[in-house]
Design a protein around this ligand. Structure first.
Ligand code: AMP
Ligand code: FE
Ligand code: FE
Ligand code: ZN
Length: 278
């Protein structure tokens, strides 16, 4: 059996209903699954129900957008309960800024003559937290690109003409919000910070002083060098090495339960929650 502490549903930019995701993960041998949607915990309750029926432990989680000057930072939070306070109240504001950001990206595309319809985008997202993948899908539907990758490469990736930097919580505020809500703050995919080793280490030190408890080390796309480097950072700053598949949809490169080599140790979530609650 496998533990996977990073997965998305269609409450943000994944494609599966929460219950469907849990069932799919179960079929792949996952017995502990954290639901970590972007800036929402709306999928947690439904996933937890499905988990109870299927004998899978569902861990309430979230993946928060954090404001950084370069690259992108996502902060995972893991909780013992499905509706942590005050975090839940703060998420509405984050989602509102995501709507404004998506609107600005659509305006930029339209300014480039790459027209997509805002109402089509919103309708297709059916209430999900809006992200760049939804805009990529709208670009495909409108016939401007053939694939999501092309949408990011041409328009949506950092440095491309329709890219708008993600707003979000300030670094220390994000870590503190998860901790104050009784959760374990964990740095997601450290590579997307875009920092070289000399700059990453002091930044992770700053996060650790703010209350960070874990860092993603076990991810399927990590090279042996990345695994070793992030593992060394975890030891340096007393962080718990965590990880998961970051599964979004059937076309994703890695599916639930894929957490790299070596895989995520089975005691990880209990260690994270024990530190958070201790
Ligand atoms: P956002 O949170 O709106 O900035 O969108 C980030 C999400 O877009 C990530 O969680 C991925 O799901 C997806 N993403 C980021 N970069 C790419 C890329 N180059 N190709 C395809 N999907 C991407
Ligand atoms: Fe995503
Ligand atoms: Fe992320
Ligand atoms: Zn993710």
């Amino acid at each position: 059996m496998a533990h996977d502490l990073h997965a998305h549903t269609n409450r943000s930019d994944g494609s599966h209903d929460p219950a469907d995701l849990v069932q799919y993960a179960g079929h792949l041998g996952v017995d502990v699954l954290a639901i970590t949607d972007h800036d929402t915990m709306a999928g947690v309750a439904e996933a937890a129900d499905a988990g109870r029926a299927a004998g899978i432990r569902v861990v309430p989680g979230v993946e928060l957008s954090i404001k950084v000057p370069h690259g992108s930072m996502h902060l995972l939070g893991y909780f013992a309960e499905p509706s942590p306070d005050p975090l839940l109240g703060m998420l509405a504001g984050l989602r509102a800024t995501r709507i404004l950001r998506a609107r600005e990206m659509v305006d930029r595309l339209n300014g480039l003559g790459v027209t997509i319809d805002w109402n089509d985008l919103v309708d297709e997202a059916s209430g999900a937290v809006l992200g760049r993948p939804h805009i990529a899908e709208a670009l495909i539907r409108a016939g401007h690109v053939d694939t999501r990758k092309e949408a990011f490469d041409l328009y949506l990736a950092e440095g491309r003409p329709a890219y708008v930097r993600s707003e979000g919580l300030d670094v220390e505020d994000g870590v503190a919000l998860v901790a104050e809500s009784g959760g374990a703050p964990v740095l997601a995919h450290p590579s997307t910070l875009g920092l070289d080793a000399a700059h990453l280490s002091p930044f992770v030190g700053r996060l650790a002083r703010a209350g960070l408890i874990g860092i993603e080390v076990h991810r399927p796309e990590h090279t042996p060098d990345q695994f070793a480097g992030y593992g060394a950072l975890a030891r340096t700053y007393g962080l718990i090495p965590s990880g998961g598949s970051d599964y979004h949809r059937p076309s994703s490169p890695h599916h639930p339960g894929a957490t790299g080599d070596p895989p995520l140790p089975d005691d990880t979530v209990d260690r994270l929650l024990a530190r958070a609650l201790g």
